[in-house]
Design a protein around this ligand. Structure first.
Ligand code: KIV
Length: 275
């Protein structure tokens, strides 16, 4: 195995271009979310290709019921601390609800703030054809944009449910058009959330940009999960598309209880932990 860092794929900086190459070469893209410095550092050290600073922070960090009330200031903070912990992965910052829907000028200003003030390298927006003029405008100034289709959580009040999207032919057809429109508008990748696997596979084949799935089956070009879900830290919901790779919530609880017992029983600190 090569020891030259230039030849070590785990060390080479990931860019929007290298993600496209991964798709072309059939190499699945690994993506996870992060909201803080420590988590970002660990994901980067693990060789995760893309780190999304998701507005899911509203739920898994702030304890809110939806992502709808997350603000640009919240996202700036999370994006700043995540960017500080990453050397190799591509870092994408979510644009929160109503930071890009009003008009393209405002969207451009807010995308620019995320890039300039936090150090993320790209932004993500939810929606298809209807926001493509805005996507084009942001891409035109040199800011890479990732799209998001399917179950778009910022529209939860319109959907009224977190059920699978795209099961009706009309909605599936609209999603195919949306993916194509985002590709034409210059999006570098598209997240597709909670749609039938066959539809996601078909869309992945039909566009040249990487499709990163969450609850969208194995036919996508890459996969993303919310880190707190796959680590067993956020346990309020357990959608079937989340594979639990650890039960850190349980381990942390045990550690906190152990510490409390030690303090109450005067077992901590011991002589070696004192000056
Ligand atoms: O905000 C988020 O974490 C996301 C992922 C679910 C893709 O958009």
């Amino acid at each position: 195995m090569s020891t030259d860092p230039k030849n070590d794929k785990r060390l080479r900086k990931v860019t929007t271009r290298s993600l496209r190459t991964m798709k072309e070469q059939g190499e699945p893209i690994s993506a996870l979310t992060a909201y803080d410095y420590l988590m970002a550092q660990l994901l980067d050290r693990a060789g995760i290709d893309l780190i999304l600073v998701g507005d899911s922070a509203g739920m898994v960090v702030q304890g809110l019921d939806t992502t709808v009330t997350v603000t640009l200031e919240h996202m700036l903070y999370h994006c700043q601390v995540v960017s500080r912990g990453v050397e190799r992965a591509l870092v994408v910052g979510d644009m929160p609800f109503m930071s890009y829907q009003i008009n393209a000028d405002e969207a451009l200003r807010n995308a620019g703030r995320l890039i300039k003030e936090s150090g993320v390298e790209a932004v993500k927006v939810e929606g298809g054809e209807k926001i493509c003029d805005t996507v084009r405008r942001i891409v035109d100034v040199g800011i890479p944009v990732m799209g998001h289709l399917g179950l778009t959580p910022q529209s939860i009040h319109k959907f009224g449910t977190y059920q699978v999207r795209g099961t009706e032919p009309a909605e599936a057809a609209a999603m195919r058009r949306d993916a194509k429109a985002l590709e034409d508008a210059g999006a570098f990748a598209i997240v597709i959330e909670k749609i039938p696997a066959a539809l996601a596979a078909e869309i992945s084949k039909s566009v040249s940009v990487p499709i990163i799935g969450i609850g969208a089956g194995a036919g996508c070009d890459g996969q993303i999960l919310v880190s707190q879900d796959m680590l067993g830290l956020y346990t309020r919901f357990h959608p079937r598309f989340v594979r639990r790779y650890a039960e850190l919530g349980r381990e942390m609880l045990e550690a906190f209880e152990h510490y409390r017992r030690d303090v109450k029983g005067r077992e901590f600190p011991g002589p070696d932990e004192s000056y």
